[in-house]
Write a protein that binds this ligand. Structure first.
Ligand SMILES: Nc1ncnc2c1ncn2[C@@H]1O[C@H](COP(=O)(O)OP(=O)(O)OP(=O)(O)O)[C@@H](O)[C@H]1O
Ligand SMILES: [Mg+2]
Length: 391
């Protein structure tokens, strides 16, 4: 018996009929309502009508001549039916559209024209995630760490931030995007596969295949390791969009170590990120770099407010004016990480990360950063816990 109820939205009559046949053809889902109009506002009657069917999935067709209205509809439907999984069928040739759809709350972006097999795979992924206890349908948050200048400490921040998030919230992944990946070394892991294996197998990438490409650190952090030879892999922007689409469906938090990689891949990942942490030192060359990097990464759209400075190896320097720096770079100083060369270098040398070395000032600082970045989620958890206690 079909277990998923699907609401279809397509303005084109033929496409709507085709989608209905394809959905019903999967035999794990059935169309419960089929709408020729897209909602224009939150109080649109079509939203109330859809809510009455309590669908598990909303499937929106993105026609090439109606991209803006389809995206607006996705946003509204996601906002008004937050527990329903949003799927769209759209062109794969426009990375920016895929990103916008994901940011609007889309869980599965399926190539148009689609097939019963594509839909079936997407439905199966959804039911598999739902069956796993503790995994909600909400999408994970991506934090990307980028260096203002080579060697500023991007990997140190990314690795330890990921560990801190894992210990606070679990369900955290670290993706090593650097041209030559050092994350595995910092974590003393020996990965069999790397990011490029995931990218070259995108056509069949599902939760279990992705899981087999990742390597697990103690306490559960999952690493998708980086390149081990300094070859530049050139996946297309839509490849990365697909990879991240799968990742955000599986993990609550994803930390990306871009280190000193400044190319279209980093730019795309930054576009998908909740925050972009620019790791800099409090010196002129590093801060100049931070400004240039933020400008480059922000060029392809997305709000500049997501950029923030993390001052690594921080110590008070006479004449350093934080307000002027923030104004010049156009990003606030979010965090200051102390300079502790001995602790950091022995952590890397021994492969025992700072977060697992007892309390040091720097480990406390990075835990604080993880708490700060997820303060709203922590607040939600506390509220849930206190409600639970009063019952
Ligand atoms: N807070 C800190 N205090 C002292 N030393 C630090 C700190 N953070 C990083 N370092 C030192 O800086 C060096 C570079 O660190 P890391 O590998 O994290 O940099 P990176 O920015 O990722 O480099 P790359 O540009 O090669 O990717 C390391 O040898 C480490 O010992
Ligand atoms: Mg690095």
């Amino acid at each position: 018996m079909p277990e998923l109820a699907v609401a279809v939205f397509a303005t084109d009559n033929d496409q709507r009929a085709v989608l209905q046949v394809l959905v019903d053809g999967t035999s794990v889902a059935r169309t419960v309502c089929s709408n020729p109009t897209l909602p224009l506002a939150a109080n649109d009657p079509v939203i109330r009508k859809t809510q009455a069917f309590a669908p598990d999935v909303i499937l929106v067709d993105i026609a090439s001549d109606g991209v803006t209205s389809a995206l607006r509809a996705v946003e509204l439907l996601h906002q008004e039916l937050p527990d329903t999984a949003m799927f769209v069928v759209g062109p794969m040739t426009q990375p920016q559209l895929i990103i916008s759809a994901m940011r609007a709350g889309v869980r599965e972006y399926i190539e148009r024209p689609t097939t019963t097999t594509d839909l079936l795979e997407a439905f199966v992924r959804l039911t598999a995630t739902r069956r796993k206890p503790g995994r909600e349908t909400s999408r994970g948050k991506v934090f990307t760490v980028v260096n203002a200048k080579g060697g500023s400490g991007g990997t140190t921040v990314a690795v330890n931030l990921a560990l801190a998030l894992q210990s606070l919230h679990h369900s955290t992944a670290l993706i090593d995007l650097a041209p030559l990946g050092h994350c595995a070394l910092h974590l003393n892991l020996k990965p069999t596969f790397t990011l490029s294996d995931a990218v070259t197998n995108l056509h069949r990438l599902d939760a279990s295949l992705l899981d087999s490409f990742m390597v697990r650190h103690d306490h559960g952090l999952q690493l998708l390791a980086g390149a081990v030879t300094p070859t530049v892999i050139e996946p297309s922007a839509s490849d990365f969009a697909r990879l991240f689409d799968t990742m955000v469906g599986l993990f609550h938090y994803i930390v990306v170590d871009a280190s000193s990689r400044l190319d279209s891949a980093t730019r795309l990942v930054c576009n998908l990120s909740e925050k972009i942490l620019l790791v800099a030192h409090a010196d002129v060359a590093s801060l100049w770099g931070a400004g240039r990097v933020a400008q480059y990464l922000g060029e392809s759209g997305g709000s500049r407010e997501r950029f923030a400075l993390v001052l690594n190896r921080y110590r008070k320097v006479a004449g350093f004016n934080e307000a002027e720096t923030e104004a010049a770079i156009g990003a606030p100083v979010l965090w200051r990480i102390p300079n502790q060369y001995f602790a950091v270098s022995t952590a890397i040398d021994r492969g025992v990360p700072l977060m697992h070395q007892g309390t040091t000032e720097i480990a406390r600082s990075i835990s604080g950063l993880a708490e700060y970045l997820t303060k709203d989620d922590l607040e939600l958890k506390r509220t849930a816990w206190s409600l639970f206690k009063t019952v």
